[in-house]
Design a protein around this ligand. Structure first.
Ligand code: OSB
Ligand code: MG
Length: 368
């Protein structure tokens, strides 16, 4: 196999509702799409790098720079046998997993199409339907939060995650628990707390949360291990897990009992699958995180979520929660039972809408 050409595009799309986390608020997404021509077959990937370096160090700009100036020179004229080799080919570049994941996933899509297989089957997935949850941003009032939760439950979503930060944590959780005593509820702090805050976090245990996601420093496994020893509620790590080695360290240290796997954060399907396998061997359940993706990134998340140890509902939800109109056909929809039916056509199984993508494109560069 050989990548003949890649096309980078930056598209911009406004979110249907602004999304607020402890690290900031997003109203308009900038997304970097990678279209890869692999021996005449086209594959698509999406970089999940944010507008700013606030969730992780990468941004749309750094991903573009690394793809054009470092990744493409490695892949140009390079022969390989399968997409599973791309991660190793890119090993000389340290970090920049979101840039790597964008092209690596595009090559996986192309390989699956060449083989006439749905991507999820090529990855070794076993699920024909995946369970879905939602991630709800920090809201201005408890009434607004409750109304949102009601709407998502009515749509069928199987678990509710709310974003928290100091000052907006115990109160919203207590309020929701009183109104919804039986729902699967969890919180995500996106690294907003310090280890010294542990007695405060301990108070959340009164509301029997499924897990507390990434309460402490984005790269601080050690403090999470200390915190997990003080809490009965499972800690789920997100930001902290950017490599397979970090995943192993987290497990050995006891820094979490659950893991969130995001394709971009770990550099693509190959490493995502290895972390999945590692967690499975250690009895750590995983779920697929979301990064407010367009349909292309979402399609990759669906494929990844079919692996056997993705036993918990992820943050992979319907297109219409995010976009007035998505860039793929069909759009991603969720059943009344809160599941997504996995597509059966080759590759990612959703067709990118080139006309719409062109209209949304603010920058484009072809590398050959
Ligand atoms: O921490 O999981 C997170 C969005 C952007 C950055 C980080 C996170 C999130 C979400 C949204 O929680 C998940 C989604 O609905 O795509
Ligand atoms: Mg998170």
């Amino acid at each position: 196999m050989k990548v003949q050409r890649i096309t980078l595009r930056e598209i911009r799309m406004p979110l249907v509702t602004p999304f607020e986390t402890s690290f900031g608020r997003v109203t308009d997404r900038r997304m970097l799409l990678v279209e890869a021509d692999v021996d005449g077959m086209t594959g698509w990937g999406e970089s999940v790098a944010g507008e700013g370096p606030f969730y992780a160090p990468e941004t749309v700009e750094t991903a573009w720079h690394i793809l054009r100036d470092f990744i493409w020179p490695i892949l140009k004229d390079r022969k390989f046998n399968s997409a599973s080799e791309i991660w190793n080919l890119l090993a000389p570049i340290r970090g920049h997993n979101m840039a790597k994941g964008a092209i690596e996933s595009a090559i996986w899509d192309a390989e699956a199409k060449q083989k006439g297989l749905p991507l999820w089957k090529l990855l070794g997935g076993i699920r024909e339907e995946i369970p879905c949850g939602v991630s709800i941003g920090i809201k201005g009032s408890l009434e607004e939060l409750t109304a949102t939760v009601e709407r998502e439950l009515a749509a069928g979503y199987q678990r509710i995650k709310i974003k928290i930060k100091p000052g907006k944590d115990i109160e919203p959780v207590e309020y929701l628990r009183q109104r919804f005593p039986n729902i699967r509820l969890m919180v995500d702090a996106n690294s907003a707390y310090q280890l010294e805050d542990w007695p405060h976090l301990k108070r959340l245990e009164a509301y029997y949360l499924m897990m507390i996601e990434q309460p402490l420093g984005w790269d601080d496994l050690y403090s999470h291990a200390e915190l997990q020893r003080k809490l009965d509620t499972p800690i789920c790590l997100d930001e902290c897990i950017h490599t397979e080695e970090h995943a192993r360290a987290a497990i050995e240290l006891g820094a979490c009992k659950i893991m969130n796997i995001k394709l971009g954060r770990v550099g693509g399907h190959t490493v995502a699958r290895r972390i999945h396998d590692l967690c499975q061997r250690h009895g750590i359940p995983v779920w697929c995180g979301g990064m407010l993706e367009s349909g292309i990134g979402r399609a990759h998340n669906i494929a990844l979520s079919t692996l056997p140890n993705f036993t918990l509902a992820g943050d992979v939800a319907a297109s219409k929660r995010y976009w007035e109109e998505d860039i793929i056909l069909p759009e991603v929809t969720v059943s009344a039972q809160g599941t997504i039916r996995v597509p059966t056509s080759p590759g990612i199984g959703f067709e990118p809408r080139l006309d719409r993508i062109d209209k949304l494109t603010v920058r484009k560069e072809r590398l050959a």
